[in-house]
Design a protein around this ligand. Sequence first.
Ligand SMILES: O=c1ccn([C@@H]2O[C@H](COP(=O)(O)O)[C@@H](O)[C@H]2O)c(=O)[nH]1
Length: 586
Amino acid sequence: AQPGSASPLPAKLRDITWGKLNFLHTTDTHGWLAGHLQEPSYSADWGDYISFAARMREIAESRDSDLLVIDTGDRVEGNGLYDASDPKGKYLYDILKQQHIDLLSSGNHELYKKNTSEAEYLITVPSFADSYIASNIDILDPNSGELVPLGPRFRKLTTKKKGYRIMAFGFLFDFTGNYNNTKVQRVEDTVKETWFQQAIRDEDVDLFIVLGHVPVRSIEYEAVHKEIRNVRGNITIQFFGGHFHIRDYARYDAQSSALASGRFMETVGFLSIDDVKSSTPNFSRRYIDNNLFSYYHHTGLNKSTFPTEHGQNVSQMIQEARHALDLDYVHGCAPTDFWVDRTPYPGNNSIYTWLETEVLPQSLQNPSRQGKPALAIVNTGAIRFDIFKGPFTQDSTFIVSPFTSGFKYIKDVPLSTAKRIVTLLNGASKILTTTNEQPHGRYCPLAPPQQCARQASDGVESTTRNPIMPQQHAQAVISDSDVEPFPGYTTIDDAGDDGDDTVHSHISFYQVPNVIQTLIPPLDHSSSGEPTTVDLVYLDFIEPYIALAAKFSGFPVNLPADSALYMDGTMTELIQTWIKKNWKCT
Ligand SMILES: O=c1ccn([C@@H]2O[C@H](COP(=O)(O)O)[C@@H](O)[C@H]2O)c(=O)[nH]1
């Protein structure tokens, strides 16, 4: 763990159940390779995870079984370790590649920007060689200018101990918000391609592994499952997914299951399969809180026996990178906690209410529009994490707001139209899900991803939405420690409510809208009332949605032609500047 990080708290733990084939799974790590320095439950760093994976592999092999390490993408954007450097990722890619990952795939965040996808192609793919799978992504090779697969379409491998013959695929959900140097083919179309049809007919295979940056309850995985199942009868299929930032486990049928392992290095997913080659394989899942207390427990080791030299060296690399980036530099001190969705919105501790009532109205300005009122719209998904009471650092800046979006505007929009656009974006008439125009894809592209889970599975057929059969619960063994549970994940999935390794007390999460809005200057109730027209100010990331909502409102606007830059700088800079000025540390 990083120096100064919060030590893990002793807790009651559920044991893992080893099988003949075992997996560790991360997803949506978003640059959090230093772990959560302020949160004891998630304070282990990538170096600790490297030690953990090595120790778990030793245990697996001593049991004459195998362990594979999986990552399903969105490794970038969301933490100072990635976003604070120039170029972005200057330190992260080297740290990331230190882990031995057997199978990995790309997320949507690797593809939003040209430079990010090129770094993926030129750095990460070669770093992991054969392990990187890109079943439905192509990229324009920056050297040849040709459209080429981002990585191999599939991989066949044989496990070291048991000799299981595996066919693995690596998908990205039907993402459409990628920069035009990459091409993402719909999963439903990819599975009809000749190479895929041939691969699933390969008889020299004991099981299929489908990894991907794909929600485990999704139309995409439904399509892959159906295709393999139709051709291969009851062969074992294990899916690993992500994107929604949630812990989840789905049973599609008796021979297949799907694991999603959270976000931001909070969770290391563990999955085991016994009786891999039979028609009644036994699956067991565990969501491991990413901290040393859990790591020691599951390996049966301790502070002196657990770390590997390699793991310790990587923790040192992270420390040096954080130092070089000055990530602990304090910009101000938050007077209280501000939450993304752990408190009702609107509310005094809602990060969105703080933005609407303080940061945006006090910061958004355009001298050429002096005296003109504005209605500013920000998508809630642009804010990625909570602010904790106390020091707000360089790292916090990017943890809260990693993206590079700035503010644009359309001038002189009738206020009634601007309000209608907000209402439409917030889903009153479901334009974002019913229209064929989906600028970034079907998964509620404006709100924080964890809010999408229930909404998205509404359109999915029953095989991936509901448990076909309740999972046989492996007996959860609780260690005999006598400590009171403290707040954390209390996951309910298709196998029940005993998936989390740590027995926590429940945390409530609340719904937030797709977008928040703020009238600038705020309405003065003593004066003549609302303005008739406003400058409609918005984050440039949501421009395609503003265009869509304007069209549905009957407002004639041609974007981007009819828009202009409202002010210089990004929202990240705007928030940081406001904090420097207003949150003095006393
Ligand atoms: O430039 C950007 C990119 C993304 N967003 C928001 O992020 C979520 C998607 O996050 P995942 O981690 O891929 O689930 C999307 O819904 C956008 O709201 C953004 O605001 N700006």
